[in-house]
Design a protein around this ligand. Structure first.
Ligand code: GTP
Ligand code: MG
Length: 428
């Protein structure tokens, strides 16, 4: 598409020629075609600051992968690992030991019980200090990583998130939460169901701003290679997702998605769950443009999605600096919008960031976060596990009822948003 065909909304966001509403801010587009040169955003070098917290052994393993990947370019990050059992070196791997802390003096883990995870976290006053030492009160957002099958992610994480505001930590609240694989035990799915509910709402208050769900069954089957041809699987894929989301390419960014873009509509609409789709190191000689790379990522989401009911999309794109002239932001945006309108037709809000890597290759890395889809069918395995464990559970029925009601309300809200979006009457 030529530059002259771009349509700009009142906020100056570029859109494809047929768009009537802006794909970025949703405003009605009345002004047609402005000269592209005036619209180009200067290259930004400043990155949002995050405090990354690995909770439990899975969280700390992923944190260790992220550390390996990012330590040389991590001035904007701080790292913290918290677990309820002493960890061996094969878990924390490359992480400096002073980053990792054990809570609960006599505890040896939670025994995969969310209730114990919550108790250990709530009885340990050091967590607030650890977060403050890790500058959680100074950064733009805190980003938790954990599994929801274990007791730390399902019990300690919702409690810690709920305390952030009281502890003076007021930035964005992000979480990458790993759902147990389908063939794992009902107890782990019980934890995941309870944990997810309490990540959404805790003591009747919304608790997270952005929940990225990954299903371990999907992750098991996912394999890719990075831009240097090295195979990436498992926790390294998860570290790559976080890296793509929180940092920019080493040759700067043309358009960035910042923390308020990632949290504003979610908070307003009370919708927080996302599935990641990722494609790394795709050569433009082979894939010949953005559309095929989008398809490569979209074909293997790390958590199943219903694309027809998705309402949010965030696209993070990194391309080799050498492709800068050939692939302008406006053209890439237009190609994305065409693809999105066909594949994710109900989208209400969509953001697109583009940054560059300092190399002479022809590679594209892409992370697409798809959110707000009707997700009941995709947590059914955890719901069934929850129902089976519930009958034998010693937890107070009132507490379990709140957990169920929260997820029911969340689903009702999603249904009502979808009805309105289908009729075209959702205003944001
Ligand atoms: N993606 C991923 N999942 C893991 C890994 N190790 C364990 N899991 C999953 O994590 C869940 C178990 O949670 P853990 O992280 O071991 O538990 P925890 O947070 O340490 O809490 P505890 O219950 O006290 O041990 C299960 O669903 C496992 O399949 C890992 O390295 N990567
Ligand atoms: Mg553990």
């Amino acid at each position: 598409m030529s530059n002259g065909n771009v349509k700009f909304c009142p906020e100056g966001h570029p859109n494809p020629p047929y768009a009537n509403y802006c794909g970025i801010c949703g405003k009605k587009i009345e002004v047609i075609t402005q000269p592209i040169k005036e619209q180009i955003t200067p290259i930004e070098k400043i990155e949002p600051e995050y405090c990354i917290v690995g909770l439990g052994s899975t969280g700390i393993k992923i944190l260790s992968n992220l550390w390996k990947r990012m330590k040389k370019r991590s001035e904007h990050l701080s790292f913290l690992g918290i677990d309820s059992e002493a960890l061996s070196e094969d878990v924390y791997g490359a992480l400096p030991p002073n980053i990792i802390h054990k809570i609960g003096k006599r505890s040896r883990g939670t025994g995969h019980s969310w209730k114990v995870g919550e108790r250990l976290a709530s009885e340990d006053p050091s967590i607030k200090d650890l977060l403050i030492q890790a500058k959680a009160d100074k950064v733009d957002a805190v980003f938790f990583i954990c599994s929801l099958g274990g007791g730390m992610g399902s019990g300690a994480a919702p409690y810690i998130l709920s305390m952030l505001q009281d502890w003076g930590i007021r930035g964005g609240r992000f979480i990458l939460a790993i759902m147990p694989a389908d063939n794992e035990s009902d107890q782990l799915h019980f934890n995941a169901y309870c944990g997810l509910s309490r990540l959404i709402k805790y003591k009747l208050r919304f608790n997270s701003d952005f929940i990225i769900l990954v299903n371990n069954t999907n992750l098991e089957y996912y394999k890719t290679v990075d831009r240097y041809g090295r195979e990436i699987i498992g926790n390294e894929v998860l570290a790559a997702i976080i890296d793509m989301m929180i940092s920019i390419g080493d040759a700067g960014v043309h358009k960035r998605i910042n923390v308020s873009d990632l949290t504003m509509y979610e908070r307003t609409m009370g919708v927080f769950h996302f599935s990641p789709c990722i494609a790394l190191g795709h050569s433009m000689r082979i894939y010949n443009g953005l559309t095929k790379v989008l398809e490569s990522a979209f074909a293997r989401p790390l958590m199943p999605i219903d694309p027809n009911s998705a309402i949010f999309t965030y696209l993070f794109l990194q391309i080799s600096e050498s492709l800068k002239e050939k692939m302008s932001y406006e053209e890439l945006l237009s190609e994305f919008e065409t693809w999105r309108q066909y594949n994710l037709p109900l989208t209400i809000a969509s953001y697109f960031s583009l940054s560059y890597t300092k190399d002479q290759m022809d590679k594209m890395d892409l992370l697409l976060l798809i959110g707000g889809y009707l997700f009941e069918p995709f947590i059914k395995r955890s719901y069934d596990g929850y129902q089976r464990v519930k009958s034998a559970s010693t937890q107070p029925p009132e507490e379990l009822k709140i957990i169920e009601d929260t997820l029911k309300e969340y689903t009702q809200n999603l249904n009502s948003i979808h009805q309105k979006a289908k009729k075209g009457s959702y205003q944001i």
